[in-house]
Design a protein around this ligand. Structure first.
Ligand code: MG
Length: 241
């Protein structure tokens, strides 16, 4: 077996759930999103656009729940000159060169819920006084689990869900622009819309996790805020070398 094959096998086994160990409540892991390629990515850069250090709340074969604490140092994308993405007009937002910047998570914390294999995760938003505001269904690739966290890729389209069970689509304009800019192909766009319809079916049925009372959950006040590791970009294969 060559070194390359070994690396691919190692990575493959991690991707297939080779790191089967369940994380304990209170452990720190990384919740990362890959970018969609495009200009400005140096050769060899694994292309992670977002990295959020989080605390594990629950990890079972059915559900991964994590807490993104206020003030956590995260990695987020910015324009190459450091300015925020939303300052760039939509027409060029996905083609202007980008960089990754370290920044604190502003505002209240977020509880993130993901079911293995599902093409979305559900985030719970409260205000600073713990008044529950909404769920946010973030359409994304089903998670890849590795030894120090989970990786995914954002699919632009999102859904907000409110306590009165009303809901609405979010970011349809960004989805359309990403499609136009070629970041999403026709077949993928169809899959993403199908995932969105499946999520809406779950919302209308008031399926998990909406019915599960997570809005009453609170973090353990003794939990420290997770640190952003220096090697936050590391790939699963490299962690075994
Ligand atoms: Mg999204």
């Amino acid at each position: 077996m060559t070194g390359t094959e070994q690396t691919e096998q190692t990575e493959g086994s991690e991707r297939a759930g080779g790191t089967a160990r369940r994380w304990r409540a209170g452990e720190h892991i990384l919740w990362r999103y890959r970018d969609h390629g495009g200009p400005g990515r140096p050769p060899g850069d694994p292309g992670f656009a977002i990295c959020r250090p989080v605390t594990v709340v629950r990890d079972t074969p059915e559900l991964l729940a994590v807490w993104l604490a206020p003030g956590t140092e995260c990695v987020r994308p910015a324009l190459a000159d450091g300015s925020p993405l939303h300052e760039q007009p939509l027409a060029t937002r996905y083609t202007a060169p980008r960089t990754a910047v370290r920044d604190q998570w502003h505002g209240a914390g977020v509880l993130k819920l993901a079911r293995p294999g599902e093409p979305w995760s559900v985030w719970l938003f409260w205000d600073e006084d713990w008044e529950f505001r909404s769920w946010y269904v973030n359409l994304e690739q089903p998670h890849t689990r590795w030894s120090a966290g989970i990786d995914s890729q954002d699919h632009f389209l999102d859904i907000s869900v409110f306590p009165d069970r009303s809901w609405l689509w979010r970011d349809e304009d960004e989805f359309a622009e990403a499609r136009r800019a070629g970041l999403i192909g026709a077949a993928e766009a169809t899959r993403i819309r199908q995932a969105g319809r499946a999520a809406v079916t779950a919302i209308r049925a008031w399926d998990a996790p909406f019915r599960d009372g997570w809005e009453h959950w609170r973090p353990d006040p003794a939990w420290p805020v997770p640190a952003l590791p220096v090697d936050w970009r590391r790939t699963p294969a490299r962690t075994r070398l």
